[in-house]
Design a protein around this ligand. Sequence first.
Ligand code: CO
Length: 150
Amino acid sequence: MAIRNVVQVGDDVLRQKCFPVEEFDDKLRALLDDMKDTVKKEEGAGLAAPQVGVLRRVVVVDVEEGYFEFINPVILLQKGEQSGWEGCLSVRGKSGIVSRPMKVTLSYQDRNGEKHILKAKGFFARAICHELDHLDGILYIDKATHIEKA
Ligand code: CO
């Protein structure tokens, strides 16, 4: 387990579309363990693999509801709307107002490749949407209606 360096905005790796995970192997487990160490140390609400330079569809989310690992996540359904502040470990010193769905239904695989469905709302749904955007090279600053120095 180790803390990985978080890539900052301006680096092209944050603008790539990530590839699906096909091998649920030791390399994936090491990535997930390192992402956990990194997001805990940085006190983020989540982290996506491209933020540590890995172009795979892997995110972790750390919120009130718990700590989650989502591999090959897909939003199946979204409902409602919420507007609120977001920050990003790859955009230091800023926060912005972003509109997101109020509720999402997510399909994903865990580190063993098992498939799951999860429902999330409020800030949990926001964190999921933010992290999933990273997998398609999208940053919250692309969507924010207002950005301030944090
Ligand atoms: Co982010």
